[in-house]
Design a protein around this ligand. Sequence first.
Ligand SMILES: CC(C)(COP(=O)(O)OP(=O)(O)OC[C@H]1O[C@@H](n2cnc3c(N)ncnc32)[C@H](O)[C@@H]1OP(=O)(O)O)[C@@H](O)C(=O)NCCC(=O)NCCS
Length: 162
Amino acid sequence: MIREAQEPDLEEIFNLIHTSFANKAESDLVRQLILDKDLLINLIFESSDTILGNVVVSKVTMEPDIGLFCGGVAPLSVLPEHQSHGIGSKLIKAAIKNSEKMKMDALFLLGDPNYYERFGFNVSNLKSDYMAEHFQELELTKDCLVNVESEVIYANAFLSLK
Ligand SMILES: CC(C)(COP(=O)(O)OP(=O)(O)OC[C@H]1O[C@@H](n2cnc3c(N)ncnc32)[C@H](O)[C@@H]1OP(=O)(O)O)[C@@H](O)C(=O)NCCC(=O)NCCS
């Protein structure tokens, strides 16, 4: 079952992210996004009271601002022993649906295009701090990113990941 994360879930989520990435940087990132109030969506996949997966969407801005409401999907984490069973896909689809409900115009993410193209993401031509071939976009408002020349800016917490 997928649901919004609540305060009592947070320590379990941080442990899950740490385990999935085998690295503390991504769980520290989510802690900081929460402290900075830059989180838009925090979803968990739960089975028998255990959290098996998590996806986070945080605020993204554009410089110059052209009035679009956008989010950055990161990180996506599934416990190693539960990977390749469709949990990551379910979480991404739910994150997209929730973003649409919140009337976001577009989502961005960094990741392997081979994985994310199945959800409609395309490699983005927009400027960002990230490697061009892994930086992807999904328009939720049709054509909202066409001819955009602004730079995509992630929340401050991402600065420590660079
Ligand atoms: C990436 C991740 C979230 C996918 O979750 P999942 O529940 O295993 O994914 P699903 O079961 O929905 O999809 C499995 C598919 O994704 C592919 N896949 C898994 N991880 C991948 C990755 N890092 N890059 C590309 N493809 C990947 C699998 O090969 C499989 O492909 P197939 O459907 O063609 O067989 C999970 O593997 C994970 O937590 N990895 C460690 C953390 C991480 O790298 N997060 C993503 C950062 S962008």
